[in-house]
Design a protein around this ligand. Structure first.
Ligand code: SAH
Length: 240
Protein backbone atom coordinates (compact mmCIF):
# COMPACT_ATOMS: atom_id res chain seq x y z
CA UNK A 1 0.00 0.00 0.00
CA UNK A 2 1.63 3.29 -1.04
CA UNK A 3 2.13 5.94 1.61
CA UNK A 4 -0.58 8.62 1.41
CA UNK A 5 0.96 12.09 0.96
CA UNK A 6 -1.08 15.12 1.94
CA UNK A 7 -0.50 17.41 -1.02
CA UNK A 8 -0.07 16.28 -4.64
CA UNK A 9 3.02 17.73 -6.31
CA UNK A 10 1.11 17.88 -9.59
CA UNK A 11 -2.59 18.26 -10.39
CA UNK A 12 -3.77 17.26 -13.85
CA UNK A 13 -7.26 18.28 -14.97
CA UNK A 14 -8.36 16.74 -18.27
CA UNK A 15 -11.31 18.18 -20.18
CA UNK A 16 -12.96 15.72 -22.55
CA UNK A 17 -16.32 14.54 -23.86
CA UNK A 18 -15.26 10.99 -22.93
CA UNK A 19 -14.12 11.10 -19.27
CA UNK A 20 -14.79 7.37 -18.92
CA UNK A 21 -11.79 6.65 -21.16
CA UNK A 22 -9.53 7.67 -18.27
CA UNK A 23 -10.92 5.27 -15.66
CA UNK A 24 -8.90 2.13 -16.41
CA UNK A 25 -5.70 4.03 -17.17
CA UNK A 26 -5.88 6.03 -13.95
CA UNK A 27 -6.26 2.87 -11.88
CA UNK A 28 -3.41 0.74 -13.24
CA UNK A 29 0.32 0.37 -12.78
CA UNK A 30 2.65 3.27 -12.00
CA UNK A 31 -0.09 5.84 -12.75
CA UNK A 32 -2.49 4.00 -10.42
CA UNK A 33 0.05 4.01 -7.58
CA UNK A 34 0.93 7.67 -8.11
CA UNK A 35 -2.75 8.62 -7.90
CA UNK A 36 -3.50 6.32 -4.98
CA UNK A 37 -0.55 7.63 -2.98
CA UNK A 38 -1.74 11.20 -3.52
CA UNK A 39 1.48 12.29 -5.25
CA UNK A 40 -0.53 13.23 -8.32
CA UNK A 41 -4.19 14.15 -8.68
CA UNK A 42 -5.75 13.30 -12.05
CA UNK A 43 -9.32 14.38 -12.73
CA UNK A 44 -11.23 13.79 -15.95
CA UNK A 45 -14.01 16.35 -16.45
CA UNK A 46 -16.93 16.04 -18.85
CA UNK A 47 -16.82 19.05 -21.16
CA UNK A 48 -20.60 18.81 -21.52
CA UNK A 49 -20.94 20.10 -17.95
CA UNK A 50 -19.86 23.52 -19.30
CA UNK A 51 -22.23 23.51 -22.28
CA UNK A 52 -25.01 26.11 -22.14
CA UNK A 53 -26.95 24.24 -24.82
CA UNK A 54 -30.09 22.39 -23.68
CA UNK A 55 -28.82 19.19 -25.34
CA UNK A 56 -25.36 19.74 -23.80
CA UNK A 57 -23.88 20.07 -27.28
CA UNK A 58 -20.19 20.95 -27.52
CA UNK A 59 -19.73 21.04 -31.32
CA UNK A 60 -21.29 22.68 -34.36
CA UNK A 61 -21.02 22.95 -38.13
CA UNK A 62 -17.98 24.77 -39.56
CA UNK A 63 -18.57 28.28 -40.89
CA UNK A 64 -17.90 28.25 -44.62
CA UNK A 65 -19.09 24.67 -44.97
CA UNK A 66 -17.13 21.47 -45.34
CA UNK A 67 -17.11 18.05 -43.75
CA UNK A 68 -17.46 17.28 -40.07
CA UNK A 69 -18.04 19.24 -36.90
CA UNK A 70 -15.91 21.67 -34.92
CA UNK A 71 -15.75 21.98 -31.15
CA UNK A 72 -17.34 25.22 -29.97
CA UNK A 73 -15.28 27.75 -28.05
CA UNK A 74 -17.75 28.51 -25.21
CA UNK A 75 -17.61 25.24 -23.21
CA UNK A 76 -13.81 25.07 -23.53
CA UNK A 77 -13.34 28.68 -22.38
CA UNK A 78 -15.83 28.11 -19.53
CA UNK A 79 -14.01 24.92 -18.46
CA UNK A 80 -10.67 26.72 -18.33
CA UNK A 81 -12.24 29.67 -16.45
CA UNK A 82 -13.56 27.37 -13.78
CA UNK A 83 -10.49 25.09 -13.47
CA UNK A 84 -7.74 27.68 -13.83
CA UNK A 85 -5.76 28.70 -10.77
CA UNK A 86 -2.88 31.20 -10.69
CA UNK A 87 -0.23 28.60 -11.51
CA UNK A 88 -2.06 26.62 -14.22
CA UNK A 89 -0.69 25.67 -17.64
CA UNK A 90 -3.41 25.17 -20.25
CA UNK A 91 -2.44 22.66 -22.93
CA UNK A 92 -4.34 21.68 -26.05
CA UNK A 93 -3.74 18.21 -27.45
CA UNK A 94 -3.13 19.05 -31.07
CA UNK A 95 -1.32 17.67 -34.11
CA UNK A 96 -0.11 21.25 -34.71
CA UNK A 97 1.98 21.39 -31.55
CA UNK A 98 5.60 20.33 -31.10
CA UNK A 99 5.91 16.57 -30.71
CA UNK A 100 6.28 15.45 -27.09
CA UNK A 101 9.84 14.64 -25.99
CA UNK A 102 11.33 13.50 -22.70
CA UNK A 103 12.70 16.99 -22.07
CA UNK A 104 9.22 18.48 -22.57
CA UNK A 105 7.88 15.93 -20.06
CA UNK A 106 10.61 17.04 -17.63
CA UNK A 107 9.56 20.64 -17.99
CA UNK A 108 5.87 19.76 -17.45
CA UNK A 109 6.80 17.75 -14.34
CA UNK A 110 8.16 20.96 -12.80
CA UNK A 111 4.75 22.66 -13.03
CA UNK A 112 2.01 22.58 -10.42
CA UNK A 113 -1.21 22.33 -12.42
CA UNK A 114 -1.83 21.13 -15.97
CA UNK A 115 -5.16 21.52 -17.75
CA UNK A 116 -5.25 19.20 -20.77
CA UNK A 117 -7.91 19.95 -23.38
CA UNK A 118 -8.96 17.08 -25.67
CA UNK A 119 -10.30 17.92 -29.11
CA UNK A 120 -12.61 15.67 -31.18
CA UNK A 121 -14.18 15.76 -34.67
CA UNK A 122 -12.38 18.18 -37.03
CA UNK A 123 -10.72 19.85 -34.08
CA UNK A 124 -11.46 22.98 -32.04
CA UNK A 125 -12.50 26.53 -32.98
CA UNK A 126 -9.44 28.58 -33.94
CA UNK A 127 -10.07 31.04 -31.08
CA UNK A 128 -9.20 28.24 -28.65
CA UNK A 129 -5.82 27.74 -30.35
CA UNK A 130 -5.13 31.46 -30.42
CA UNK A 131 -6.53 32.82 -27.18
CA UNK A 132 -7.14 30.07 -24.63
CA UNK A 133 -4.10 27.83 -24.43
CA UNK A 134 -0.51 28.30 -23.28
CA UNK A 135 0.84 25.34 -25.24
CA UNK A 136 -0.17 22.82 -27.85
CA UNK A 137 1.35 19.34 -27.75
CA UNK A 138 1.26 16.62 -30.38
CA UNK A 139 2.21 13.03 -29.71
CA UNK A 140 3.34 12.39 -33.28
CA UNK A 141 2.76 13.12 -36.93
CA UNK A 142 -0.47 11.18 -37.37
CA UNK A 143 -4.12 11.97 -36.69
CA UNK A 144 -6.08 10.42 -33.84
CA UNK A 145 -9.86 10.70 -33.50
CA UNK A 146 -9.51 12.63 -30.27
CA UNK A 147 -7.05 14.11 -27.80
CA UNK A 148 -7.77 11.61 -25.00
CA UNK A 149 -5.03 9.09 -25.82
CA UNK A 150 -2.62 11.97 -26.37
CA UNK A 151 -3.54 13.43 -22.96
CA UNK A 152 -2.85 10.07 -21.30
CA UNK A 153 0.53 9.88 -23.04
CA UNK A 154 1.50 13.40 -21.95
CA UNK A 155 0.24 12.86 -18.39
CA UNK A 156 1.94 9.48 -17.98
CA UNK A 157 5.30 10.60 -19.38
CA UNK A 158 5.16 13.56 -16.98
CA UNK A 159 3.96 11.76 -13.86
CA UNK A 160 6.64 9.09 -13.85
CA UNK A 161 9.28 11.84 -13.54
CA UNK A 162 7.86 13.15 -10.25
CA UNK A 163 9.81 12.34 -7.08
CA UNK A 164 8.62 9.15 -5.41
CA UNK A 165 6.43 7.94 -8.28
CA UNK A 166 8.79 5.23 -9.52
CA UNK A 167 9.60 2.73 -6.79
CA UNK A 168 13.24 2.40 -7.74
CA UNK A 169 14.72 5.83 -8.40
CA UNK A 170 17.46 4.23 -10.47
CA UNK A 171 15.07 3.08 -13.14
CA UNK A 172 14.62 6.70 -14.24
CA UNK A 173 18.35 7.02 -14.89
CA UNK A 174 18.31 3.75 -16.80
CA UNK A 175 15.50 4.84 -19.09
CA UNK A 176 16.08 5.77 -22.67
CA UNK A 177 16.47 9.56 -23.16
CA UNK A 178 17.59 10.06 -19.52
CA UNK A 179 19.34 13.42 -18.97
CA UNK A 180 22.82 12.00 -18.33
CA UNK A 181 23.15 10.30 -21.71
CA UNK A 182 20.13 10.98 -23.95
CA UNK A 183 20.58 7.56 -25.54
CA UNK A 184 18.44 4.45 -25.75
CA UNK A 185 18.48 2.15 -22.73
CA UNK A 186 20.77 -0.89 -22.69
CA UNK A 187 19.52 -4.45 -23.37
CA UNK A 188 18.05 -6.24 -20.35
CA UNK A 189 17.90 -9.97 -19.63
CA UNK A 190 16.20 -12.04 -16.96
CA UNK A 191 15.86 -15.75 -16.13
CA UNK A 192 16.30 -18.29 -17.63
CA UNK A 193 20.05 -18.04 -18.34
CA UNK A 194 19.50 -19.96 -21.52
CA UNK A 195 16.30 -20.09 -23.55
CA UNK A 196 15.94 -22.05 -26.81
CA UNK A 197 19.72 -22.15 -27.04
CA UNK A 198 19.98 -18.36 -26.59
CA UNK A 199 22.30 -17.51 -23.72
CA UNK A 200 22.46 -14.40 -21.57
CA UNK A 201 25.78 -12.51 -22.13
CA UNK A 202 28.42 -13.88 -19.73
CA UNK A 203 29.40 -10.46 -18.42
CA UNK A 204 25.97 -10.05 -16.76
CA UNK A 205 26.54 -13.22 -14.74
CA UNK A 206 30.11 -12.25 -13.78
CA UNK A 207 29.25 -10.25 -10.66
CA UNK A 208 31.83 -7.65 -11.78
CA UNK A 209 29.91 -4.41 -11.43
CA UNK A 210 32.46 -2.21 -13.18
CA UNK A 211 32.57 -4.55 -16.17
CA UNK A 212 28.78 -4.75 -16.26
CA UNK A 213 28.46 -0.96 -16.19
CA UNK A 214 31.02 -0.60 -19.01
CA UNK A 215 29.26 -3.27 -21.09
CA UNK A 216 25.92 -1.53 -20.62
CA UNK A 217 27.29 1.86 -21.66
CA UNK A 218 28.86 0.31 -24.72
CA UNK A 219 25.67 -1.58 -25.65
CA UNK A 220 23.54 1.53 -25.21
CA UNK A 221 25.87 3.46 -27.51
CA UNK A 222 25.86 0.65 -30.08
CA UNK A 223 22.04 0.30 -30.01
CA UNK A 224 21.55 4.04 -30.29
CA UNK A 225 24.01 4.32 -33.18
CA UNK A 226 22.26 1.49 -35.01
CA UNK A 227 18.59 2.28 -34.27
CA UNK A 228 18.50 6.02 -33.51
CA UNK A 229 21.66 7.66 -34.85
CA UNK A 230 19.82 11.01 -34.77
CA UNK A 231 20.08 10.97 -30.95
CA UNK A 232 23.88 10.87 -31.11
CA UNK A 233 24.15 13.50 -33.82
CA UNK A 234 21.67 15.98 -32.33
CA UNK A 235 21.92 16.09 -28.56
CA UNK A 236 20.01 19.42 -28.59
CA UNK A 237 16.90 17.65 -29.88
CA UNK A 238 16.39 15.77 -26.63
CA UNK A 239 18.24 17.95 -24.13
CA UNK A 240 17.14 21.40 -23.11
N1 SAH B 1 -8.59 18.17 -38.44
C1 SAH B 1 -7.53 18.23 -37.49
C2 SAH B 1 -7.43 16.93 -36.71
C3 SAH B 1 -8.54 16.74 -35.74
S1 SAH B 1 -8.38 15.26 -34.88
C4 SAH B 1 -6.23 18.46 -38.23
O1 SAH B 1 -6.15 18.16 -39.42
O2 SAH B 1 -5.26 18.91 -37.62
C5 SAH B 1 -9.35 15.60 -33.45
C6 SAH B 1 -8.58 15.92 -32.19
O3 SAH B 1 -7.75 14.83 -31.85
C7 SAH B 1 -7.68 17.13 -32.25
O4 SAH B 1 -8.37 18.31 -31.99
C8 SAH B 1 -6.68 16.82 -31.15
O5 SAH B 1 -7.19 17.21 -29.88
C9 SAH B 1 -6.60 15.31 -31.18
N2 SAH B 1 -5.42 14.79 -31.89
C10 SAH B 1 -5.42 14.17 -33.09
N3 SAH B 1 -4.18 13.81 -33.45
C11 SAH B 1 -3.36 14.20 -32.45
C12 SAH B 1 -1.96 14.11 -32.24
N4 SAH B 1 -1.15 13.55 -33.12
N5 SAH B 1 -1.46 14.60 -31.08
C13 SAH B 1 -2.27 15.19 -30.17
N6 SAH B 1 -3.60 15.30 -30.32
C14 SAH B 1 -4.15 14.81 -31.44
Amino acid sequence: MPVQTSCPSLVIDVVTIFPEMFTAWRGAGVVGKAVESGRVAVRAHDLRAWSQDKHRKTDDYPFGGGAGMVMCPEPLFAAVDSLCAGDSTVILMSPRGPVLTQSMARSLAARKHLILLCGRYEGVDERVHEHLVDLEISIGDYILSGGELAAMVVAEATMRLLPGVLGDAESLEQDSFAPGHGMLGWPQYTRPREYRGLAVPDVLLSGNHAQIAAWRREQARELTGRLRPDLLREPAAHEE
